[in-house]
Design a protein around this ligand. Structure first.
Ligand code: ZN
Length: 152
């Protein structure tokens, strides 16, 4: 819940910033006079400077949303800290035997691990389809003991 609330807060901040930029561009350009039919024509697609300024606002807003999503994907689901220590799992040369290579990031406080496939299938299947979050238990010694029992 904390993870999704943080994403919603960042998205709302990005929307507010984009809306503020849009309003700044609207105030920067003069209001056109009424035409003979009694209404004010829109500046968009009529005034080149205004149209390019709106294009710039749209590009900045798109970049903000992409930055918010990119940053959120690399955060711990429990404590919201940035995930660290990326390691590569698997092997490209033995991909058919052991599966696709992955990159794993861990929370510095041990809350979990994010694994993401290095094969770029996410372009076709969606960005969230190839990454998985695995929460760790509270007792690190229990996990270490289970690792030792697997080797026997
Ligand atoms: Zn954490």
């Amino acid at each position: 819940m904390k993870y999704w609330s943080y994403l919603a807060a960042k998205l709302m901040a990005a929307v507010a910033l984009a809306f503020w930029l849009h309003r700044c561009v609207q105030f920067a350009f003069p209001i056109p006079p009424k035409n003979r039919y009694g209404y004010r024509p829109s500046l968009f697609l009529q005034d080149m400077g205004f149209t390019f300024a709106i294009l710039g606002v749209w590009l900045v807003a798109t970049g903000l949303f992409a930055l918010v999503i990119w940053d959120q994907r690399r955060r711990c689901r429990t404590c919201l800290r940035r995930l660290r220590m990326p390691i590569t799992l698997g092997s490209w040369s033995n991909m058919m035997m052991f599966g696709r290579p992955q990159t794993a990031w861990i929370c510095p406080y041990g809350h979990g691990t994010l694994k993401r496939d290095d094969v770029q299938l996410d372009v076709q299947l969606g960005a969230f389809s190839t990454s998985s979050w695995e929460p760790h238990g509270d007792d690190i010694w229990k996990e270490l003991e289970s690792c030792g029992s697997r080797e026997k």
